[in-house]
Design a protein around this ligand. Sequence first.
Ligand code: TYM
Length: 326
Amino acid sequence: MERVFSGVQSSGAPHVGNYFGAFRQWVADQHTADSVFCVVDLHALTVETDPAQVRGRTLETASWLFASGLDPDVCIVFAQSHVHEHTGLSWLLECTATFGELRRMTQFKEKSKGNESVSAGLFTYPVLMAADILLYDTNKVPVGDDQRQHLELARDLAIRFNGRYGETFVVPEAVVPTLAARVMDLQHPERKMSKSVTSPLGTIDLLDEPDAIVQKIRKAVTDTDGEVRYDPEHKPGLSNLIELFAAASRRSIEDVTASYDRYGPLKADLAETLVEVLNPVRKRYVEITADPGEVPRLLEKGAAKASAIASKTLLRARRAIGLLAP
Ligand code: TYM
């Protein structure tokens, strides 16, 4: 069976971009592939964080994964920091990656721009991500469009390591959805919806109540020409809504576009569809978090299963590179 692996940062409440760009695909994958999903709490430390929030955010993010439909009896869900092999392999891969290729990563360039004090961890972030993936002999990595370049790096590192030290890693492949691969901010449709940028009206969080969803969609920025047409270049705001609608209702862009000739009704029906899809997720989240012991227990079990796989791969990589057995 194919192995699927993916991860989400615990850097804040997940939004509809995370849900339609990634989580929903993971929920489907768990039934067709040997699936492993990770809350990447170490990646969340690459920007300054408040220790009082770190633990809570990891649990919160994991709770959203379970609420979205990941079943701990069917797939593995764990916290990255619980499986020490991730940092162990990351070092071997840091010694395989070059400074030049890491400097070219667009996400690093964006996140470090204008920032005086950038952590070394932000720079080596994509290498830890490669370690996450390669540790599980991963074939497929379901991600949003923004992770494509990181996936290319993971492939390059696997190929380089295999070439230098002998066949060690499976070379992974990114799987990006055809719809909602890059959900844009509702107020600033030129930039993607993001957990790390504060844009309360531009972001629909999974925790948002129906009223908030309706209001945010109603206030979403569009344009003044009034024509319902999918054209991301000239009509980025409306096109983002059309694509979100298509993803949420599992319809095609053409079908959604043909059904409306005015923005108002399109927005109203989109909001209604989002509420319908997200309501059960939010309800499950409330149920799961009612018992504060439940999610830590599930993560502990997940970590034990993940470690059993990861420890074998790390041992293989250590041997290949010539390290003395411990
Ligand atoms: P993160 O936490 O930013 O996002 C988690 C997943 O959600 C997708 N995503 C989006 N999809 C559509 N529209 C958006 N606006 C949007 N924003 C986010 C992301 O593409 C991602 O699939 N570096 C990764 C986490 C990571 C990882 C890994 C992923 C660490 N190790 C190994 C895969 C494999 C990240 O920051 O995702």
